[in-house]
Design a protein around this ligand. Structure first.
Ligand code: PGA
Length: 239
């Protein structure tokens, strides 16, 4: 596991964009993507790079980690909308190469199966991750089995509270999500985890220094052969 500590959020994003671009330049690759506030600066840099250097996404395929259950795909807070607003609408990616799980279909079990089968065929060359204040990756909350595959999860109170900043009121935050399981995430060839801010310091400390245990799902990454963690000073403040 390689840990890179940068002075601030912008420098963290700069460093992350170098790691991502190295993979993107190979062209015929699969990117595992993440939502949340952490990767926004990285996506901005990738869009800028596409505009300035003409880096192409034409042959690139993507798989996203997760999606809320119970809001339509075109909801302003859906992860489908987020990904289009932050990245897909601004690069030359082919819409048919974009893959996200759907949380707005009737048969969610069937959707989990569909996404799981898709992931078995589309192994990410790099999987981008944020980390929850409680150590979650994707929406794999503390206590999730390391051998889990795509499933419907109940969001923990801390996650609902953390995400309520994006909604008018806390009652509007979905309480369930469809997420890649930990085994799906671990199948990626390379993993890039980003964290910024003091509210992530405890989780980063546990990830780097704690025991590998299901109560901090991110600790599973220590079992992966190729992980790069890029954090700012605040997120690294307990190391
Ligand atoms: P954040 O979320 O980037 O909005 O902090 C990360 C996560 O919960 O995985």
């Amino acid at each position: 596991m390689k840990i890179i500590i940068k002075d601030n959020y912008n420098q963290m994003c700069e460093e992350a964009s170098k790691v991502m671009k190295e993979v993107i330049l190979k062209e015929d690759v699969i990117l595992g993507l993440a939502t949340g506030s952490t990767p926004i600066g990285l996506y901005k840099l990738l869009v800028e790079d596409h505009k300035t250097n003409k880096t192409s996404y034409k042959k690139i395929q993507t798989v996203n980690l997760d999606e809320y259950v119970g809001i339509p795909q075109n909801h302003e807070q859906s992860y489908f909308t987020f990904m289009h607003e932050q990245l897909f609408n601004h690069v030359d990616i082919d819409p048919k190469n974009i893959n996200l799980p759907r949380g707005d279909v009737k048969d969610l079990n069937k959707e989990c199966q569909r996404y799981n089968e898709l992931l078995a065929k589309k192994i990410a060359d790099i999987q981008l991750l944020g980390i929850g204040g409680n150590g979650h990756i994707g929406f794999n909350e503390p206590g999730t089995a390391f051998d889990s595959v795509t499933y419907i999860t109940d969001l923990q109170e801390k996650t609902i509270q953390d995400n309520s900043r994006f909604f008018d009121k806390i009652e509007d935050v979905p309480t369930k999500a469809i997420t890649m399981g930990i085994a799906n995430i671990m199948a990626a060839k390379k993993i890039l985890l980003l964290a910024s801010g003091v509210n992530k310091a405890e989780a980063i400390k546990e990830l780097v220094l704690g025991d590998i245990n299901i109560n901090c799902p991110a600790t599973v990454l220590r079992n992966h052969p190729d992980v790069v963690i890029i954090v700012d000073k605040d997120a690294a403040s307990l190391l």
